[in-house]
Design a protein around this ligand. Structure first.
Ligand code: ATP
Length: 332
């Protein structure tokens, strides 16, 4: 039996993790979950929100499913998510964004993938107060990390029969840093003559995404723009409750929803587990369990399309439990 690390997280994390595990079990797939706690409560008990045991577990199992984790604010801890990505060198953050039947949105032909660089940019965490009225934050962009993420994006485009890779920067302003990212992208693009390469500034991209998202295909971006744009694209398909994500490295992969721990609705039974379930589906495909992945994917899409058990964020009145049960019913 395959062992996979599960980080069940904070806020709504435990509720949506429980729902996801039940659904995987109902599909008939047996997984040995190595459950690892991290986040706010762990910081109080163990002095750090991300103990070494969590990293060691993922290194050993190679794959993890992760619910949202809260980093305690103002205690000097580095973001758990940023640290995890850095320590495991999970350099590619993949956020597919495709309309889901049954969720009404402004557009019904969105089908794009955000490929976000995950290890550097302003997330390097190099900040300082220059004086009482001035602070500075350093943006790091390297040729190695830029070429590696753009190559990942082109590879993904080839594998998924996509036509175009858009390189998104603000190279007209950040001439050296974003300029280097763009220069790296232009170089890598030459290795993929069958995929069209396009360049766009991030502000222009945002405007066009809210006017005509269907024209976009694979987007590759430095870390910060990728973070912001992927929340925008999540909104295009129905919001954070359904937006899945994956962090992929050479050795390990961590699958997690785009949303945070949503403390405002934690413990109320209102959370939508769909984003974590979709992330788990991608994880199952990654480990080669395509049959189970497709089965769960079908059950969740049918449940959403049927609209009788939707959670509040999707316009329904159902609880996490009712939504989960509706999916499980379709798996039996
Ligand atoms: P973070 O900084 O960790 O990203 P955040 O507070 O900025 O956290 P989220 O925790 O993702 O962002 O929540 C943003 C809003 O979306 C909240 O009002 C929350 O209730 C809602 N939300 C997020 N995830 C879900 C979900 N799975 N189901 C229902 N509502 C959700």
């Amino acid at each position: 039996m395959r062992t996979i690390t599960l980080i069940n997280g904070d806020g709504i994390g435990p509720e949506i993790s429980e729902s996801t595990l039940e659904i995987i079990e109902a599909s008939g797939l047996k997984i040995n979950w190595d459950i690892q706690t991290a986040g706010q409560k762990v910081a109080e008990e163990e002095g750090t929100p991300l103990p070494k045991r969590v990293i060691d577990s993922i290194k050993k199992n190679k794959v993890a499913l992760k619910a949202p984790v809260t980093t305690p604010i103002g205690k000097g801890f580095r973001s758990v998510n940023v640290q995890l990505r850095k320590e495991l060198d999970l350099y590619a953050n993949i956020r597919p964004c495709k309309n889901i039947k049954g969720i009404e949105t402004r557009f019904n032909d969105v089908d794009l993938i955000v490929v976000r660089e995950n290890t550097e940019d302003l997330y390097a965490g190099i900040e300082r107060k220059v004086d009482e009225n001035t602070a500075e934050s350093i943006k790091i962009i390297t040729r190695g990390a830029s070429e590696r993420i753009v190559d990942y994006a082109f590879n993904l485009a080839v594998k998924q029969n996509r036509k175009t890779v858009w390189c998104v920067t603000k190279a007209n302003i950040c001439k050296l840093s974003d300029g280097l990212f763009l220069e790296s992208a232009r170089k890598i693009a030459q290795n993929y003559p069958d995929i069209e390469f396009k360049e766009i500034l991030v502000d222009n991209l945002c405007m066009q995404l809210v006017q005509n998202p269907s024209k976009f295909d694979v987007l590759v971006l430095p870390n910060l723009y990728g973070d912001i744009v992927s929340d925008l694209t999540a909104g295009l398909i129905g919001g954070l409750g359904v937006a899945q994500g994956a962090n992929i490295g050479k050795e390990c992969a961590v699958f997690e929803p785009v949303h945070g721990s949503a403390p405002d609705i934690a413990g109320k039974g209102l959370a939508n587990p769909a984003a974590l379930i979709f992330s788990a589906v991608e994880m199952l495909k990654y480990i080669g369990e395509t049959g189970y992945a497709d089965k769960i994917d079908r059950a969740i899409r049918e449940t959403i399309e049927n609209k009788d058990s939707l959670t509040k964020d999707l316009g329904g009145t159902s609880t996490t439990r009712e939504f989960t049960d509706a999916i499980i019913k379709r798996l039996r």
